[in-house]
Write a protein that binds this ligand. Structure first.
Ligand code: AMP
Length: 120
C-alpha cells in the first residue's frame, strides 16, 4: 500500500499552528486536543506530529520513538480525562472506515455508556 500524505489537511494545519486547538496534552511526538464536534461528554483526538495518513501507515512506518510518544500521549489523555468508567478508542481509516481527516488520529471518547461497537 502506498500512503500519500496531504499536507493541507486540517490536522496538519493545527500542527503548524495555522488553526487553533484546545490542547489537552502535548509531547515531542504527539498532540492531543478536544474534538470540535464532541460525540460524548469527553472526546479528545490524539495525533502524531509526523506525516502519517492512517493507523496502518503509522504502525508500519513510524519510528519506535514516535510510536512510544504517541502511546504515552494516549496514556496521559486517559489519566487527564479520568476514564475509570471506561472509554472507546477509535481510528477511522480510509473510505470504508469513515475517515474524514487524512492525518492519523485516535479518538478517545468517554463520559457515558457508548452503546454497541458498530451501527448496523
Ligand atoms: P474522522 O471522521 O475519524 O476523520 O474524524 C475527524 C474528526 O475531526 C471529527 O470528529 C471532527 O469533529 C474533528 N475535527 C475536524 N476539524 C477539527 C478541528 N479544527 N479541531 C478539532 N477537531 C476537528
Amino acid at each position: 500500500m502506498e500512503f500519500v500524505y496531504d499536507p493541507e489537511n486540517i490536522f496538519a494545519k493545527i500542527l503548524r499552528g495555522e488553526i487553533p486547538n484546545k490542547t489537552v496534552y502535548e509531547n515531542d511526538h504527539a498532540l492531543a486536543f478536544h474534538d470540535i464536534a464532541p460525540q460524548a461528554p469527553q472526546h479528545v483526538m490524539v495525533i502524531p506530529k509526523g506525516a502519517y495518513v492512517s493507523l496502518d501507515h503509522f504502525a508500519r512506518d513510524a519510528s519506535a520513538e514516535e510510536q512510544h510518544g504517541f502511546m504515552k500521549a494516549v496514556a496521559e489523555v486517559c489519566e487527564i480525562l479520568g476514564v475509570d468508567d471506561g472509554f472507546r478508542a477509535i481510528a477511522n481509516s480510509r473510505e470504508h472506515g469513515g475517515q474524514e481527516v487524512p492525518h492519523f488520529h485516535l479518538h478517545i471518547v468517554s463520559g457515558r455508556p457508548l452503546g454497541p461497537m458498530l451501527a448496523r
